[in-house]
Design a protein around this ligand. Structure first.
Ligand SMILES: Nc1ncnc2c1ncn2[C@@H]1O[C@H](COP(=O)(O)OP(=O)(O)OP(=O)(O)O)[C@@H](O)[C@H]1O
Length: 273
């Protein structure tokens, strides 16, 4: 495995179970609209945190705020114990190498081959020989359960599930410590979604990743997430393992976790066992 020299000596070493992402009193808005209204949340090193909320409620905005892609009106975000707002350009680039992102529109670059897509972050951040990049590419492809010969294909030749896996391989290209996934199973059939969940759980265990996963998928929440945070009205209104969600009296959480969809999936009964 290739490890990049991303740890500056001043960077605190975060232990498993300690916060690797700390969001405090964050306010984000666009024009007149305030989307995140003093939101606070900790994601602990080594956990899979699922993030749920009403459509349009601000889940993607929070993800992009943590990544420093959306300006805050107030509040702080620390990742790896570092406040992104205080970093120099170089420090920021070093930090970016320590996370991988699979965005909702997990789009691959359609004019690039799978190999070129996966190598994109390597070219952006590292200075590696083509032979080494090819070697890493094959390792990542195999890691996400694809055959090596997929690297020569164009995205248009792949199924939806394969595209997600290639996008995941690209997110893993720099051996990140945190993986951000924005609705990773959307658009997949239930079997494909279940297989993708299993892959995430396996990768989390074998690589010791921390995973922050925005999802609407009740099965994902139930099967892979260590903890879940629910967003409503711009704030986190419940956070904890699935049992905490099932016991919550908040109307949105109740409607979500005990609603028709949850019952149809047999989710409430399983979760309540
Ligand atoms: N750059 C932007 N400029 C203006 N409004 C924005 C911008 N980005 C997001 N919004 C608005 O912020 C709100 C929250 O959007 P966001 O994409 O975070 O929702 P979400 O919870 O991820 O929804 P979904 O589950 O449907 O993906 C939406 O009303 C959206 O239109």
């Amino acid at each position: 495995m290739i490890h990049t020299s991303h740890t500056a000596s001043s960077v605190p070493d975060i232990q498993p179970g300690e916060p690797i992402i700390s969001v405090r009193d964050v306010v984000v808005g666009f024009g007149e609209r305030t989307i995140l209204k003093g939101l606070s949340l900790d994601v602990m090193k080594g956990e899979i945190m699922g993030f749920v909320g009403a459509s349009g409620g601000g889940k993607s905005v929070l993800t992009r705020t943590i990544l420093g892609l959306v300006p805050k009106r107030s509040g702080t975000v620390e990742v790896f114990g570092q406040d992104l707002d205080t970093l120099t350009y170089e420090q920021r680039r070093q930090l970016e190498q320590r996370w991988g992102v699979l965005f909702q529109q997990g789009a691959l670059f359609s004019s690039l081959t799978v190999r070129q897509n996966i190598q994109f972050p390597m070219r952006e951040y590292l200075d590696l020989s083509p032979a080494l990049m090819d070697e890493i590419t094959i390792a990542k492809v195999e890691m996400v359960g694809l055959q090596p010969d997929v690297v020569t294909k164009m995205p248009s030749e792949l199924s939806g599930g394969m595209i997600k896996r290639v996008a995941l391989a690209r997110a893993l290209a720099l051996d990140p410590e945190i993986l951000f996934l924005d609705e990773p199973t959307s658009g997949l059939d239930p079997i494909g979604a279940g297989e993708f969940d299993e892959l995430i759980a396996t990768l989390q265990q074998t690589l010791g990743l921390t995973v922050f996963m925005v999802t609407h998928d009740l099965d994902s929440l139930h099967t892979v997430c260590d903890r879940i945070a629910a967003l409503a009205d711009g704030q986190v209104i419940a956070v904890g393992p699935i049992d905490t969600m099932l016991a919550s009296k908040h109307p949105w959480v109740t409607a979500y976790f005990h609603g028709k969809r949850a019952r149809a999936a047999g989710f409430v009964e399983q979760g309540a066992r």
